[in-house]
Design a protein around this ligand. Structure first.
Ligand code: COI
Length: 356
């Protein structure tokens, strides 16, 4: 338990809702733990900071974020490790990214030290909800939204910041079939693509629905101007092994700076892999598919960690990728990350925060 003086109150649930976690059937983001963290930004400062039992919100129908989308979120995970320890993976990176998102969306960043204390305290309080099996995790969802009761279009003066937690199973059960999207756009240059803004996800749903009607589970997004260069895949960053090089699109204001992306690049470099962060054209990828030079393609993100891609569709043609079992890099990193997050290998990069 946290022993230092916390800057928020804790109201514990009188009776836990937990009656045994059915780990085998655990889905992603469907059940929520006993407690949540809440804080309000009022009169220019963060106040009413509290951990309370998980409960519904009561909001005015005029609440500004509902109308104008001033809403951001984060996603991070904690894992059950060896000897029953619980570890958060790189929470400071998510806290820093939420600050960047807040600034882009004209919102007040939440104090970083209290954010970290809130995460640790919630995990400590709801430790009994931690799933234990490999592949499972406690998915943690911090989020913030404008709460002015006002229909004029302007940045809200008031905000709510919250953290909820969901014991979760894997995001994708199987490799996915994706389509290179050359009509719709996830993010335009100068837009909000590098912020974790709720609206980015809303805008991606219609193109994803159309692709699903054609049998694709996800899209590979391309640049908004000419659709010539690869950007992301679904809600994740995209990585490929072309020849013997790990290749990923370089960061820009249309690409979210993924924590999983950064972790994998750091580890790959440490392993001595050739790594390239650069512009990756659709033409190059299609050519590599045709010539058998594209050995691996996978999405990387917090929710799925590694989402293997088995088919890439482009202009009506489907290209099959090598069998997942034969993929040297993504299989190796997938196992290593699982071990790393559970404290089963050395914390070489100082990524783990242990929960007391
Ligand atoms: C992630 O994997 O990092 C995501 O953003 C997916 C989440 C929105 C469910």
């Amino acid at each position: 338990m946290i022993t230092e003086q916390l800057q928020f109150e804790i109201e514990k649930i009188s009776q836990s809702r937990l009656h045994g976690l059915e780990e085998d059937s655990l889905q992603f983001g469907k059940v929520f733990t006993d407690h949540m963290f809440v804080a309000d930004f009022i009169d220019g400062q963060w106040t009413n900071m509290k951990i309370t039992p998980y409960k519904d919100l009561v909001l005015s129908p005029a609440t500004s974020f509902i109308h104008y989308g001033q809403s951001i979120f984060e996603g991070l995970k904690a894992h059950y490790g060896k000897d029953g320890d619980v570890f958060m993976f790189r929470p400071q990176a998510n806290i820093a990214r939420m600050k960047t998102s807040a600034i882009r969306m004209c919102m007040p960043p939440f104090p970083e030290d209290i954010f970290l204390d809130a995460l640790k305290t919630l995990l400590s309080l709801d430790k009994a909800w931690m799933p234990k099996k490999d592949g499972s995790s406690m998915y943690i969802r911090p989020f913030m939204f404008g709460t002015d009761e006002f229909l004029g279009v302007k940045a809200s003066d008031n905000y709510r910041f919250m953290i909820i937690m969901s014991p979760s199973g894997s995001y994708y059960k199987n490799p996915v079939k994706v389509k290179i999207e050359t009509h719709f756009t996830r993010a335009a240059s100068g837009g909000t693509g590098s912020a974790k803004a709720a609206g980015n996800y809303a805008g991606s749903m219609y193109p994803a629905k159309l692709a699903a009607e054609e049998g694709y589970q996800q899209l590979i997004w391309t640049d908004g101007k000419y659709h010539r260069n690869i950007e992301e895949s679904g809600t994740m960053n995209l990585m490929m092994v072309i020849d013997d090089v790990l290749v990923t699109p370089k960061l820009s204001n249309t690409i979210l700076e993924g924590v999983t992306r950064n972790s994998i690049l750091n580890i790959a470099r440490d392993w001595g892999w050739k790594v390239e962060e650069r512009t990756v054209s659709v033409e190059e990828v299609v050519e590599a598919l045709e010539n058998g030079k594209l050995h691996e393609a996978f999405g990387v993100g917090t929710a799925a960690t590694i989402a293997q891609i088995n088919t890439i569709g482009y202009e009506g043609k489907d290209y099959e990728l090598p069998a997942v079992a034969d993929r040297e890099f993504s299989n190796k990193i997938s196992t290593y990350l699982e071990d790393y997050k559970r404290g089963r290998v050395e914390d070489k990069f100082n990524y783990l925060v242990k929960i007391d």
